[in-house]
Structures are given as C-alpha cells and as structure tokens.
Design a protein. Structure first.
Length: 141
C-alpha cells in the first residue's frame, strides 16, 4: 500500500544504506499494524545531468515520492503529523549528507484502485488485515 520511490544522485546511498532505509520504512508501517508486504521501496539512481533542482543540475540530491493507498489523513493536523513522521524516517540517512538537497511528498490514492495478487485488500484494521499481517501474505477472506 505504501510505495516509496526514492530518486537520488549517484553515491548518495550504499547498498547497505538502501537496505537499512527500506527496512526502517517497512518497520514504521508494521508498527502501525500494516502487513510488511504492503510496503515497497524503490531506489532510482539518477545522473546529475538528469536531476535538476531550480533548473540547475543537482550534484547531491534526493527526492522521495510516496503513494499512500487506502489510508488517508482526514485533516491538516494529521497530514502534518504524517509529514513529520516521514521526515523522521528519512532524516537518519539523508540529512547529514554534505550539500544534499532533499525533499519528499505524499500522495493519497483511493483504495478502490488497488489489488494485491488479484485480491482486494481487506478493510483497514479488520481481522482479515490482521491475519494478512500475521502471515505476511495475502489470503482470501
């Protein structure tokens, strides 16, 4: 359900840093009750000559685009809490990189446009979703 696309210039992340960040992202969602397999993290290395910030090539940059499907923030306060939560997840691996420009945004997509393995996921917080989380796999419900 959460899809994190991490666009970055070369050398920003080692393979171990990518693994660690993807694990932290997944664990953050698992902590709020989502099945681990709902979470996908994709890293897209982008050459500086193809990564522009303010119309100029960026030598050290990270742009994270997050799609949240089925879970929506109902008001500005909850959206701000989500933004702070995302910032905390990312800060550990990004903020201290010398000269880095980094940013993110979160899109919220309708659950009506989402399936996994040909199944409509169970309602959030339902016993079926808890079963999926326990089994870390889909199953008919």
């Amino acid at each position: 359900m959460p899809l994190w696309n991490v666009y970055h210039t070369p050398g920003v992340f080692t393979a171990e840093q990518k693994r660690r960040l993807a694990a932290r992202i997944t664990e953050s969602y698992e902590a709020i009750g989502l099945p681990r397999f709902y979470v996908m993290t994709l890293f897209h290395e982008t050459r500086p000559e193809d990564f522009f910030v303010g119309g100029e090539p960026a030598s050290v940059a990270v742009r994270v685009v997050i799609d949240h499907i089925a879970r929506h923030n109902p008001d500005q306060d909850s959206r701000r809490r989500t933004a702070r939560w995302v910032e905390e997840i990312l800060r550990l691996d990004i903020a201290d990189i010398p000269g880095v420009h980094w940013e993110f945004h979160v899109d919220e997509t309708s659950e009506d446009l989402w399936m996994i393995n040909g199944l409509v996921p169970p309602p959030g917080g339902s016993e079926a979703e808890r079963l999926w989380a326990r089994n870390n796999a889909t199953s008919p419900y």
